[in-house]
Design a protein around this ligand. Structure first.
Ligand code: FPP
Length: 242
């Protein structure tokens, strides 16, 4: 079982189009899939779930869709707060919050604080998030620490650098699921996905069910993770020859 599952929730627009509905209805239906995934993850004791809810590039979408999505995030957070507290879910947001409407920003901060004691599952919401933007913001912060004499440039290792990322303290994802059949990372967790297993499903996000989640987990369980090393089987064969 993966400890950390990250998800690119794609296909809301296509789902709406196929049902002859406005795009926002696809996003609304997508919220139900988020609920399903969190329920399922809690049952399976998956410790971290990260979802890509709004990318730094999504700001370029038409004004009404952006506004609709921001409103949806606000409603979702207000509605789910009690569930998070009851189920021991800790909310954490990653991304550039400075671009978010004040109401959403405040709500995120408030719920992060209130759920900080949640010990069952960390729910990481990537909003106004871009992987390159996150790395640049981290480099900026690190640069300031160097300038202040707090960090020596030649002491910087990957572990040191990762402490400046939004995901500080969160282990890298074991599994990335992308819905709607596209084979792209789309600027999501560029640093953190270095050795993550990727599973792409054709199912559109609003149709993503517990059964589909199980199928993705099953595919993950069949993968052999080598992290750049040789396979366990090969090393075993070598040692027998030696
Ligand atoms: C991509 O589908 C999805 C988004 C840009 C928004 C994701 C938002 C949600 C699932 C709803 C709310 C989430 C939370 C956590 C409350 P798309 O619009 O690009 O679909 P398309 O590629 O078919 O057009």
């Amino acid at each position: 079982m993966p400890s950390h599952v990250a998800i690119i929730m794609d296909g809301n627009g296509r789902w709406a189009e196929r049902h002859g509905l406005p795009r926002l209805s696809g996003h609304e239906k997508g919220v139900e899939s988020v609920r399903t995934v969190l329920e399922h993850a809690c049952r399976l004791s998956i410790r971290y779930v990260t979802v890509y809810a709004f990318s730094s590039e999504n700001w370029e979408r038409p004004e009404d869709e952006v506004q609709g999505l921001m409103q949806l995030f606000g409603e979702y957070l207000r509605k789910e707060k009690e569930t998070f507290l009851r189920e021991g879910i800790r909310l954490r947001a990653i991304g550039d919050r400075s671009r978010l409407p004040v109401s959403v920003r405040e709500l995120l901060g408030q719920i992060e604080e209130e759920t900080a004691g949640g010990e069952n599952l960390d729910f990481i919401l990537a909003v106004s998030y871009g992987g390159r933007d996150e790395i640049v913001r981290a480099a900026r912060r690190l640069g300031m620490a160097i300038q202040a004499g707090e960090v020596a440039p030649d002491a910087i290792r990957p572990e040191e650098f990762s402490r400046y990322l939004d995901t500080d303290g969160i282990p890298d994802p074991d599994l990335l699921i992308r819905t709607s059949g596209e084979f792209r990372i789309s600027n999501f967790l560029l640093w953190q996905l270095a050795y993550t297993e990727i599973v792409v499903t054709d199912v559109l996000w609003p149709d993503f069910s517990g059964e589909e989640f199980d199928r993705c987990l099953c595919e993950f369980s069949r993968r052999e993770r080598r992290f750049g090393r040789r396979s366990v089987q090969e090393s075993f064969d070598d040692s027998r020859i030696a």
